[in-house]
Design a protein around this ligand. Structure first.
Ligand SMILES: Cc1ncc(COP(=O)(O)O)c(C=O)c1O
Length: 382
């Protein structure tokens, strides 16, 4: 059986007329950059996330970069974040010339351990970037407490968490900014790169709009230096066409996650399953924690099951961040997660039969003679 990690072709088949019509409309208009399609998409995403403003940008990476630029964060400043994230989070901090300061993750949720933030705040700290990893929000109450105490800007990296909630509030709406990615593998993906910043601060939204067009306002007059961070109309049209389906897709992902939970429980295989904190987890990924992760991944690949390791190398262990001077062991929970986690297919189109097959493959792997010892001993902490 073939079980892809993501099945965008199957998804497209269900929405093809609407997506094709949206793209055709842009082609007919020949209005490709910003314009009415982008404005329409911004309105819809602002409303979906519970914010009053949204600014379409070229990617989730540029969303983060533009927010840091909007705050004038640069050399000599420090920004607190997690070392267990996609590169873009930390890359954006380094690209503006600021210093990334890491706090380790909570091993249950993989999100930054907010109780460690306060100890890392110095006179140079300007911002915190919590990442809502795998579709589940970080402890924003704790993050905002530190932000208010120390007057720090909060930029939510919600690239993997559109529609996630905590205490009834949506990802992106709690900090000063929320950054989304429309990379095709995200729960709400475009037909290429795209992103958006949401905020409920009109002045911040206005500054972002200026920054995304080289800081030009009015045209050809530049008080500030920006970049080309514009969202194009085709991507905005695709995102707008897909948005009405997002809640159904999220419900299907949640259903698949529950199905895995019970299948794994019944299989008696001792592996770490996702911990769901109170709130709305949108399951951009369903990540298991397993011994012999790399061997399991190779076996699953041979048996037709697509998986991915998010992320095999933590940010403090990346070659390009060696200058930060963190030794291996500096952030042990992040390092352990990087060795033990594996994302398995949870996309909305996953069938019951496919889910059963995935769990059977994993159970069989741990039942083989070579691995029996691992299957019966619980990993140190799950
Ligand atoms: C946590 C996180 N931050 C930022 C990004 C960057 O988004 P993009 O790929 O749209 O630049 C991603 C996308 O993979 C992500 O997962």
């Amino acid at each position: 059986m073939n079980v892809p990690l993501l099945d965008l072709k199957a998804q497209y088949a269900t929405i093809k007329p609407a997506v094709d019509a949206a793209i055709a409309e842009v082609m007919e208009s020949q209005h490709f950059i910003l314009g009415p399609k982008v404005e329409q998409c911004e309105k819809a995403i602002a409303q979906y996330s519970g914010c009053s403003h949204a600014v379409g940008v070229s990617s989730g990476s540029d969303a983060l970069l533009a927010c840091l630029m909007a705050e004038g964060i640069g050399p000599g400043d420090e920004v607190i974040t997690t070392p267990y994230t996609f590169f873009a989070t930390v890359g954006a901090i380094a690209r503006v010339g600021a210093t990334p300061i890491f706090v380790d993750i909570d091993p249950a949720t993989y999100n930054l351990d907010a109780s460690q933030i306060r100890d890392q705040v110095t006179g140079k700290t300007r911002a915190i970037i919590p990442v809502h990893l795998y579709g589940q929000m970080a402890d924003m109450d704790a993050v905002m407490r530190v932000s208010e105490e120390r007057d720090l800007v909060v930029i939510e990296d919600a690239a993997q968490a559109i529609g996630a909630e905590r205490n009834g509030r949506r990802a992106g709406s709690i900090g000063h900014y929320g950054c989304f990615s429309f990379f095709p593998s995200k729960n709400l993906g475009a037909a290429g790169d795209g992103g958006m910043v949401v905020t409920s601060d009109a002045a911040r939204a206005e500054r972002l709009k200026t920054l995304r067009a080289h800081g030009s306002k009015p045209k050809y007059h530049h008080k500030i230096i920006g970049g080309n961070f514009r969202l194009d109309a085709v991507q905005a049209a695709v995102v707008s066409a897909k948005l009405p389906h997002l809640d159904d897709w999220t419900a299907a992902r949640q259903r698949n996650a529950k199905r895995y939970d019970s299948l794994f429980a019944a299989s008696k295989v001792r592996i770490g399953l996702p911990t769901v904190a109170p709130g709305r987890h949108i399951f951009n990924q369903y990540v298991i924690r397993v011994p012999q992760r790399d061997q399991l991944q190779a076996v699953l690949q041979r048996r037709g099951v697509g998986t991915e390791v998010y992320y095999p190398v933590t940010m403090h262990q990346q070659e390009c961040f060696a200058y930060l001077g963190h030794a291996t062991g500096a952030f042990p929970e992040s390092e352990r997660a990087a060795k033990e986690t594996l994302a398995i297919p949870v996309h909305p189109e996953l069938t019951d039969e496919q889910a059963r097959y995935v769990v059977d493959c994993i159970r069989e792997f741990y039942q083989t003679a070579q691995t029996a010892a691992f299957a019966t001993s619980t990993p140190a902490r799950m």
